[in-house]
Design a binder for this molecule. Structure first.
Ligand code: ADP
Ligand code: MG
Length: 212
């Protein structure tokens, strides 16, 4: 089943709901190695995106415009470092689906790859620096691999999610090279990165919304 603008609005609603539900856990994770606001920032940002999308005429809105609207409202709502990172991710996802009204499996992989690339271009973090990149980059690689193998959107999303989970878990044994927690040095060891944790929540909500 092809994925259209209305499916993407549903996806953003699902992400907003999932982050609202996960807000306290994400703040607690950020409380250990950061400033305890990550859950608030993410829930606020995606609630703003959801509200902005609710005022659109979806039938007259392209997938690119959906992502651009979400990006702008997210950036305006979020003052934390996740604001520009996810705004860039969403702008890139929008650009990757330019001229399309429905998304096929390959476009879903392209969306995840574009988001990961945007986050890396914007924040300049490499894999292993204990950031959201440690979830997004492996998710993008898994999505690309599933796409190359001709898998459907459900399989692509599930491969991306599983790679993101492993990547987020791996941040426990990392010292941060970017962001607030980089000041902690070895004291960050043993703790999962909040940005990597929320990336998993986002991909989970994406998979749920786009495959049901
Ligand atoms: P802040 O650190 O400004 O309070 P948040 O709490 O919303 O922002 O987000 C913290 C998360 O942002 C970190 O857990 C990490 O995953 C991510 N992050 C920080 N800096 C970068 C960066 N340069 N590149 C990618 N992700 C980053
Ligand atoms: Mg924070």
């Amino acid at each position: 089943m092809p994925i259209d603008s209305s499916a993407l609005v549903k996806m953003f609603n699902g992400i907003a709901e999932a982050l609202e539900a996960d807000k306290e856990r994400l703040c607690a994770l950020d409380g250990v190695i950061g400033d305890a606001d990550h859950g608030i920032a993410m829930a606020l940002g995606f609630a703003a995106a959801r509200d902005a999308l609710a005022s659109l005429d979806v039938a007259a809105t392209s997938p690119t415009q959906i992502f651009n609207t979400a990006a702008k409202s997210f950036l305006n709502a979020v003052g934390a470092s996740s604001g520009p990172l996810y705004a860039t991710a969403m702008m890139r996802a929008g650009a990757a689906m330019k001229e399309k009204s429905t998304l096929a499996a390959a476009d879903i992989a392209g969306m995840i790859e574009a988001m990961a690339r945007g986050i890396q271009d914007r924040g300049k973090a490499e894999i292993g620096e204990k950031t959201m990149v440690d979830a997004w980059a492996p998710a993008a690689a898994a999505a690309a691999e599933a796409k190359a193998a001709g898998k459907d959107a459900t399989a692509i999303l599930s491969a991306a999610l599983s790679a993101a989970r492993d990547g987020a878990e791996a941040t426990k044994s990392m010292i941060a090279g970017k962001g607030r927690s980089s000041r902690l040095g070895e004291r960050a060891l043993g703790h999962i990165d909040p940005g990597a944790a929320s990336a998993v929540t986002i991909l989970e909500a994406m998979a749920k919304a786009l495959t049901s």
